[in-house]
Design a binder for this molecule. Structure first.
Ligand code: FE2
Ligand code: FE2
Length: 158
């Protein structure tokens, strides 16, 4: 199916961001594992895998629209050196992603691509839940203190 104007471009922009966050979250997960924060490691790795599924869907949609997925481009990976820094850096990325997806939804509505719009709407829901989780962690840290929070992260999720 031929793409409507600008849709492949916007999907490629989203793809770049997805590929960027896959890397950022993956490394954050690895760092948590190295620090012994099993619970966080597990959670952040899952989020990285979720973004991989998003990238997969975006790639499939670009190909369906007879476009060429751009795998060359990568945005800036922002690595936090502490857990709160990681959470803050990830939150920033998720918020930027929601803006990008929302712009995409508007564009798809304008040009009449409702299939892509539907896919982006589903993705926004996921990213919203990521934002919610990250904000909750930062709030918990504020309330119980970093040490208490981190000591809870050593355990594996049961
Ligand atoms: Fe995503
Ligand atoms: Fe996300």
């Amino acid at each position: 199916m031929k793409a409507k104007e600008g849709v492949v471009d916007l999907l490629n922009k989203i793809l770049t961001e997805e590929l960027t966050v896959i890397n950022q979250y993956f490394l954050h997960a690895k760092m948590c594992e190295n620090w012994g924060y099993e619970r966080l490691h597990h959670h952040v790795r899952e989020r990285s895998m979720g973004e991989m599924k998003d990238a997969n869907e975006v790639i499939e949609q670009i190909l369906y629209l007879e476009g060429l997925p751009n795998m060359q481009r990568l945005g800036t990976v922002k690595i936090g050196e502490t857990v709160p820094e990681q959470l803050t850096a990830d939150l920033e990325k998720e918020k930027a992603m929601v803006v990008l997806l929302t712009d995409g939804i508007y564009h798809c509505t304008k040009v009449g691509d409702f299939t892509t719009r539907h896919m982006l709407e589903e993705m926004v829901k996921d990213e919203d839940s990521h934002i919610d989780w990250l904000e909750t962690q930062l709030e918990i840290i504020k309330q119980v203190g970093l040490e208490n929070y981190l000591s809870e992260q050593i355990k594996k999720e049961s």
